[in-house]
Design a protein around this ligand. Structure first.
Ligand code: FES
Ligand code: FE2
Length: 437
């Protein structure tokens, strides 16, 4: 349980907030590289940490992320012309390059030096792992990119997608470090009814049931690390054997998900759009060579039917984003018959099952009303670490992880073992937890 004040500190990430300042110490995923498919293409409207931005790939192929509104009279730069190495405002033609310099100010005389005095806010970007990353913090603190394996593999060994969700980033992140929910929220009683593309390989008991449903009260052990923490969830599967899922939470908002056949793993990034929306970046990657067509189809199975949309946020801001067909506005197309006979939620695919739970808490949950249990220990730890780092930064202490990209070179583990102790298990299988790429 958090106090109201702690909940506020955890969830608010706009400019000047303690958590917003902490997140501004990290490179953050902002959009997919394919959202800016070619030089001179259409710009993209986005919002990150409560700031309205426009991204564009100029005619030379360079990517810029600028403030949304033109410094002249605040027209929306998304309407601008992407021409000759800059974005020209469609109102009076002031034109800016990817670094925010004013290249042309055609409404002033040729001799005027005014254009040298006007700049747009521009944030550094990098293209990495199929994603355009942005850094929104002080230039003297510019960090390293996190060396996560899914970012380092060649492009044909990764599938990355993004979509907008209707909640604060934190409950979405918490859903990923909540090993207990998979036994319920993602349970299929009637495996025959499960859409084929969603049948990801998982560890099965001799009778064909997935191991993760057998013991619905996994024992969790958390171990803090430089990148955040790792935790083991242990389920008893009989005859002195334990099914272990070893998962990471990586600062500031990344999760890794173990699975028996995902060599470089899968996982998600939960980037705050504003305090009531988050942008998910979901990856699946293979360190062992190009992904097969079947793996790609599976990696794209959930959510289903993502479409690119013009989307109006609650405050009236327009952004361009991917949205799933099943969403809050249509109750995720819940089917009560399916819920009775086939799966636990009546919602057809995994990501929407998660979304119904996390969006349904309300845009910012009232965490002071919670009753946390023993399976919530990883969630408690994530909150504690984020709050601690935000407070430390307020006191002038810079976080460690942003400047140590190599600390992110880890993997989740999915294993059956007779080892009952997490620390011993982790030591025994330390090689499995290390990235290979
Ligand atoms: S408002 Fe952009 S040039 Fe005038
Ligand atoms: Fe889930």
């Amino acid at each position: 349980m958090l106090s109201r004040a702690e909940n506020e500190m955890l969830c608010r990430t706009g400019p000047g907030t303690p958590m917003g300042e902490l997140f501004r110490r990290f490179w953050m995923p902002a959009l997919l590289m394919t959202d800016l498919p070619e030089p001179g293409c259409e710009p993209v409207r986005l919002k990150v940490l409560g700031e309205n931005l426009v991204a564009f790939r100029d005619t030379d192929g360079k990517v810029g992320v600028l403030e949304r509104h033109c410094p002249h009279r605040l027209a929306d730069m998304w309407f601008g012309r992407n021409e000759n190495a800059g974005l020209a405002c469609a109102y009076h033609g002031w034109k800016f390059d990817v670094d925010g310099n004013c290249m042309e100010m055609p409404t002033e005389t040729a001799e005027s030096s005014y254009k040298h005095k006007v700049r747009m806010v521009s944030y550094p970007t990098q293209e990495y792992g199929g994603v355009v990353w942005v850094y929104m913090g002080p230039s003297e603190q510019q960090p390293e990119l996190p060396q996560m394996e899914w970012c380092r593999v060649p492009d044909d060994q990764r599938v990355v997608r993004s979509w907008l969700q209707d909640s604060n980033y934190m409950q979405a992140t918490e859903g990923e470090i909540d090993s207990a929910h998979i036994s319920f929220n993602h349970r299929w009683m009637n495996m025959d009814a499960m859409p084929a593309a969603q049948r990801t390989p998982q560890r099965l008991l001799p009778d064909g049931r997935p191991m993760r449903v057998l013991d619905s009260a996994p024992r969790l052990t958390v171990k803090e690390t430089d990148y955040g923490f790792t935790y083991g969830s242990r389920r008893e599967v009989g005859e002195g054997q334990y099914y272990w899922r070893v998962t990471q939470f990586l600062l500031p908002f990344y999760s890794m998900i173990p699975g028996p056949s995902r060599s470089a793993g899968s996982g998600r990034c939960w980037v705050p759009v504003d305090d009531e929306h988050n942008m998910v970046f979901q990856y699946q990657a293979s360190a062992d060579g190009p992904m097969s067509e079947q793996q790609r189809v599976r990696a794209s199975a959930s959510p289903e039917n993502l479409t690119r949309q013009h989307h109006e946020l609650k405050d009236g801001t327009i952004i361009d984003c991917w949205r799933p067909q099943r969403q809050r506005g249509n109750d995720y197309l819940i089917d009560r018959r399916m819920q009775k006979f086939d799966n636990y939620t009546g919602i057809a695919s995994g990501r929407e099952q998660d979304m119904a739970m996390t969006d349904g808490m309300g845009p910012i949950p009232q965490r002071w009303r919670e009753h946390l249990g023993t399976t919530d220990i990883a969630i408690i730890t994530a909150r504690k670490i984020l709050l601690r780092l935000a407070r430390e930064l307020q006191g002038g202490k810079e976080p460690f992880a942003p400047h140590h990209g190599d600390t992110y070179r880890v993997r989740p583990i999915d294993i059956v073992s007779d080892e009952a102790d997490f620390v011993k298990l982790y030591d025994k299988h330390a090689d499995l937890a290390m990235a290979k790429v």
